[in-house]
Design a protein around this ligand. Structure first.
Ligand SMILES: C[S@@+](CC[C@H](N)C(=O)[O-])C[C@H]1O[C@@H](n2cnc3c(N)ncnc32)[C@H](O)[C@@H]1O
Length: 204
């Protein structure tokens, strides 16, 4: 059935800035399209009036000299997240420009962590069950059978997934699932996938 124990979302941003050096008034062209990922944060965390506390999102930033870096946002301890892109971009800039040591995870604000490394730094925590690779060519998520327990969803950006992440997903036997026949924006794919998981959870 899936989804007891929370949802984890991994977004691989092939061109997005790991340095925080981008312009808030021109985010798409100066951040490597971090705007796409900020919209994914909104889709993953925000309800009409509230924040999904059982969600963790990891943004894998592969795009510039500071890359690879991962920003992890943990719903259980995030203080709040504003829905507008500019406010989220400011938060990302604060996280990415915080003074941190080189090794391990650093909590730079409540529920906001940053670490060096790419997807490989995350895979040890992935549950082999319900490791879902969101891909247009996968089996229909509506028909997919999921085990009880947490769900991890891995998505690409407008360039898809990088080869290293693909190899990790293949090695771990991730299930490729599709939310429909057309290739849609990552935030829309996430919203549809979450809706399917919400429906399953409420049907129990
Ligand atoms: C804009 S799409 C990427 C398109 C890119 N050209 C590619 O080849 O992957 C961004 C991400 O959204 C997810 N996605 C988009 N449409 C989807 C669908 N119909 N089913 C499942 N995931 C989808 C995938 O994870 C994809 O990497």
């Amino acid at each position: 059935m899936g989804d007891d124990g929370g949802r984890r979302v991994v977004l691989v941003a092939q061109r997005a800035s790991g340095s925080g050096r981008f312009r808030l008034d021109d985010l798409p062209s100066t951040s490597g399209r971090l705007d796409v990922h900020l919209r994914c944060l909104r889709a993953a965390f925000l309800l009409s009036h509230g924040l999904r506390r059982d969600v963790t999102v990891e943004l894998v930033l592969l795009g510039d000299r500071e890359a690879p870096r991962v920003v992890r946002l943990v719903g259980a301890s995030l203080r709040f997240l504003r829905p507008d892109e500019r406010a989220m971009a400011v938060l990302m800039q604060k996280i990415l420009t915080a003074e941190v040591g080189s090794e391990g995870w650093h909590e730079v604000r409540p529920g906001c962590f940053v670490s060096r490394g790419g997807t490989a730094t995350l895979e040890a925590d992935w549950h082999p069950e319900n490791l879902l690779w969101l891909d247009e060519t996968g089996e229909d998520l509506r028909a997919a059978s999921l085990a009880p327990g947490p769900v991890t969803l891995v998505l690409g950006d407008h360039h898809g997934l990088d080869d290293a992440t693909r190899a990790i997903l293949e090695g771990r036997g991730a299930k490729k699932v599709s939310i429909g026949p057309l290739s849609v924006h990552a935030d829309d794919a996430l919203a549809v996938a979450f809706n399917e998981l919400d429906r399953r959870a409420s049907a129990r």
